[in-house]
Design a binder for this molecule. Sequence first.
Ligand code: SAH
Ligand code: SF4
Ligand code: F3S
Length: 469
Amino acid sequence: MSDMIPVRTQEQYVRDVAEIMAIRARGAAPKALVHTYGCQQNVADSEKIKGLLEQMGFSFTEKEEEADLILFNTCAVREHAEDRVFGNVGALKNVKRRHPSLIIALCGCMTEQEHIAEKLRVSFPFVNLVFGTHVIHKLPELLFSTLTDGHRVFARGDDSEDRRIVEGLPVHRDGDIRAWLTVMYGCNNFCSYCIVPYVRGRERSRAPEAILSEFKGLVAAGYRDITLLGQNVNSYGKTLENPVSFAALLRMLDEVPGDYRIRFMTSHPKDATRELIDTIAGGTHISHHLHLPFQSGSDRVLREMNRGYTSAQYLALVDYAKRKIPDLSLTSDVIVGFPGETYPEFQDTVSLIRQVEFTSLFTFLYSPRVGTRAAKMPDPVPAEEKSKWFRELCAAQEEIAARRCAAMVGTVQRVLVEECREKTGLLTGRTDGNVIVDFHGNPDSVGAFADIKITSARNWILAGEQITK
Ligand code: SAH
Ligand code: SF4
Ligand code: F3S
């Protein structure tokens, strides 16, 4: 009999969910609260989820009490991220008690782990729908099942067919000045500490034509700061039928006329080429900002991390980049307390940051992730000791950042004006190097570029005066 049931199309699922929700909603129209944890990749995914929800008739709210659907897009990168999600999901139990028709959904990286899915199944019975990073496009169908089948739905894309790239999904963008554009999905690197390759699958690049078309649409819509996203953008295009390098993609996008900036992240040092640096140097719209995570300054630790480069290779690349792009702003990620790291090895990290002088640094305490190689390594250094090292690294970076900011006083920076703060009337924006600037100026400049004379620096935020109105 089952083969006689007609297969519904995506449009039918969208229409059916819209009809059901129109009746079920507590207000005039159904409302969804979408909360995003983790990296920009997740933010970009949430914008697609919101696009699909919007098609199904949802509007958005920040208030749990008025939501008909609460969806958390989760992150698994560190234990702390997962704990926060569990805490916040646990708190929804009471909201659901007050509003039994509320649908609670969880998606994203956490849900792709078997042990987490199991925990949700057993300990969080009030969660209605759980779906992984590979099946976002199926949200209408999954919601339809949740609403009609009368049981909980768990959907994680385990078959390869589900890991293809689905183009053409609607996008509900959160901002109208800055935009995220995913150029590739997944990661092949298997850094020994990292869960991402397990929860995001292998590298898949979008076709350059699809990227170019979305990019042109963003420029035409007036977006001024467009960030290209991928876990390792420098290996973009390698698996395409007609391989294209990331540098070539950048050059292609850079040719689109308009008043905008291109950023990209993340660059993996092992795949960042001199061609990439030359492309940034020669670009018209490409920011002089490079996020280049080094993770550790110790070669032994880098080897154990499976990063594929040495500190000397990293420094050589940075040196080349600084020569080619003198005003380059470098930012990075670093892990403190990798299993077996010694204090002298940690000191190699401190010495690397002093050599490079990063504009800013994202520092993380190592967090063991189930299923990764590092999680099985002996980890003798006590947590308090690691925290001490962590504070030492932060203090060193604060000093560097303060010095770099102070050196910008007196210069004129081209700032993308993002907001006028209601309380103070101060405008705020970002330099090409991604440093935040607060300044007095013309509120009509919001959404445009303005030249700002930097007058002071405090707490690694610059202050200035607008010199172009
Ligand atoms: N693809 C990017 C990083 C993605 S995850 C890259 O390779 O650079 C963002 C950052 O989280 C990483 O750069 C790393 O510094 C940190 N991170 C990843 N796994 C971690 C773990 N298990 N414990 C602590 N920090 C981790
Ligand atoms: Fe994780 Fe390494 Fe891939 Fe980055 S490159 S996502 S750190 S495995
Ligand atoms: Fe987290 Fe997944 Fe990003 S694990 S950091 S949200 S790719």
